[in-house]
Design a protein around this ligand. Structure first.
Ligand SMILES: Cc1ncc(C[n+]2csc(CCOP(=O)(O)OP(=O)(O)O)c2C)c(N)n1
Length: 328
């Protein structure tokens, strides 16, 4: 089993903190202009907003193994993965604020972040990124490169036809791709138990002749170990793997979700399992000085804060440009 080095553990910690702070700054910005009666169309961040608080271990444990030339396709809940893949924070913040200097000139918004510099993309259509990930993996293979692709999806997306079709073809083609399911227990308000026939999605790998792994308890180090093995297998020509990670969604499905579907007390018990607090305790108990961790946190927070300042100070696109670089 591949163990994270101390440096990789500190990178995972700092990257999780950066992602959390990014979303902590989104929260008040999202509600600007949407009060007193919630109106999703108003404010500097109009539209739906899906936060990934709690799911950070999935992103860092996988992306710690990736190079900029490896491809990642992510979901409608993409911030933690984009940050861990190395998407530029300023350009990402500008995109989310709809500014002209954003990743896609402000046209995509938070669910459609594209950064070819680090081969990152995501989509609001669930399971949609799986096919393109296999395409990117096959492009690398046909070019004789040892780059891989990783497709992240939620456990709800594993019931889409695209999931099953893609796993089959990836296996037939021995594509250098890893499928990562973030199991946060809910697809919007529907629990996994209500919607999924099997106990765990890792079982479904057997139907497509590929290894399936389950990572319990939202542990960044365990994600690192399991993902490391799957990515190594893909890089060395061994073909695809499927990983399901048990994670937690600390917020609603989207901002403004009343979360009435959660059993009483669930939110509190999830907060007690905050993976960042737990990982900091592990680092401290294995020798990290509190002051050093504070300094890493401070550095992450200031980079994120600078990105938000940059976005807010940036210009919006000109109305005359509304129909440029748009396909319909
Ligand atoms: C093809 C498609 N069907 C339905 C939707 C509406 N939708 C958006 S998110 C979502 C649930 C996704 O659940 P899951 O895959 O578990 O991801 P999570 O939101 O939990 O991260 C649905 C059904 C969509 N975006 N795309």
């Amino acid at each position: 089993m591949m163990e994270p080095t101390r440096e990789q553990m500190l990178w995972m910690y700092q990257t999780m903190v950066a992602s959390r702070h990014f979303e902590d700054l989104i929260k008040p910005a999202y509600f600007e202009g949407k009060q007193p009666v919630f109106n999703m169309a108003k404010g500097p961040l109009p539209g739906e907003m899906h936060l990934s608080d709690g799911q950070e271990p999935c992103a860092v444990g996988v992306c710690a193994h990736l190079r900029p030339t490896d491809a990642v396709t992510a979901t409608h809940r993409p911030h933690h993965i984009a940050i861990a893949k190395g998407v530029n924070l300023n350009d990402m913040a500008s995109e989310i604020f709809g500014r002209a200097n954003g990743l896609s000139g402000g046209r995509g918004g938070h669910m459609h972040l594209f950064d070819p510099r680090v081969n990152f993309c995501c989509s609001g259509i669930i399971a949609q990124g799986m096919g393109p990930a296999v395409g990117a993996a096959m492009a690398a293979k046909l070019r004789g490169r040892d780059d891989v692709a990783v497709a992240f999806i939620g456990e709800g997306a594993a019931n889409q036809g695209a999931f099953h079709e893609t796993l089959n073809l990836a296996s037939v083609w021995k594509a250098p791709v890893v499928f990562v399911i973030e199991d946060n227990a809910y697809g919007i308000s529907v629990s996994k138990r209500q919607a999924t026939a099997v106990e765990g999605n890792a079982e479904r790998a057997a139907a497509y002749a590929m290894p399936g792994h389950f990572v319990p308890d939202n542990d960044p180090d365990e994600v690192f170990r399991v993902a490391g093995e799957a990515i190594q297998r893909a890089r060395s020509g061994g073909g695809p793997s499927l990983i399901e990670i048990e994670t937690i969604r600390l917020e609603g499905h989207f901002m403004g979700d009343a979360e009435g579907y959660r059993p009483e007390g669930e939110k509190t018990s999830l907060q007690e399992k905050d993976p960042i607090t737990r990982y900091r305790a592990r680092l401290e108990s294995t020798g990290a000085a509190a002051g050093d961790l504070d300094a890493l946190e401070e550095d992450a927070r200031s980079r994120v804060a600078a990105a938000f300042d940059h976005a807010r100070q940036s210009a919006s696109p000109k109305p005359d440009d509304a129909f440029t670089t748009v396909f319909a």
